[in-house]
Design a protein around this ligand. Sequence first.
Ligand SMILES: O=P(O)(O)OC[C@H]1O[C@H](OP(=O)(O)OP(=O)(O)O)[C@H](O)[C@@H]1O
Ligand SMILES: O=c1cc[nH]c(=O)[nH]1
Ligand SMILES: [Mg+2]
Length: 212
Amino acid sequence: METLVVDHPLVAHKLTVLRNAETDSPTFRRLADELVTLLAYEATRHVRVTDVTVETPVAPAKGVRLAQPYPLVVPILRAGLGMLDGMTRLLPTAEVGFLGMIRNESTLKAETYATRLPDDLSGRQVYVVDPMLATGGTLAAAVEFLFERGAYDVTALCLLAAPEGIAHMDRVFAGSGRPIRLVTAAVDERLDENGYIVPGLGDAGDRLYGVV
Ligand SMILES: O=P(O)(O)OC[C@H]1O[C@H](OP(=O)(O)OP(=O)(O)O)[C@H](O)[C@@H]1O
Ligand SMILES: O=c1cc[nH]c(=O)[nH]1
Ligand SMILES: [Mg+2]
């Protein structure tokens, strides 16, 4: 998996406030939204475009527009919903599909409880948004699901990643020949015994939406 850690002082500043246990939910939601827009700038570097010519008030100008089929943005419920608006702000013509997945906190295995996506993703560029890449079980299952439906490539935007999760993705997709990218604001030290990212930011879903 090609991994890009976005190294930018504004990203680092916003991430630091996000990590702070004293940051309340409204502020957390706003910062997650701002951060994903900054990550999206890098994550869309490979988005496909086609050449076009437009008429300026003065003369014809060569340019580009997003190619069709338009990209698909897939938030992984629940926490990924906190990154959806920031992503579609930058890609307003993207379609949106949904994957509901929850990590069983005893086994740390990902379970899928909802899917609402086009059946045929042939040729589609897919952007998965989920704040946390911890063991990697959730993202690996999501990416497998998308490739089974024919996705052309998958780029994951995660606010935080753990080295264990990146290694898991590399193991699962080694030699698959499918283009997979990760764009993240930071790769933290490790996972703790409960599978939480250290130092991390806690449970992203709970911090966005409250404890359920
Ligand atoms: O890399 P993994 O070890 O699989 O863990 C990461 C997953 O855990 C979190 O979701 P969670 O299962 O807490 O669901 P939620 O979004 O409903 O809170 C997070 O948003 C990821 O989807
Ligand atoms: O640190 C972690 C790990 C998984 N899910 C989270 O929300 N946080
Ligand atoms: Mg959660």
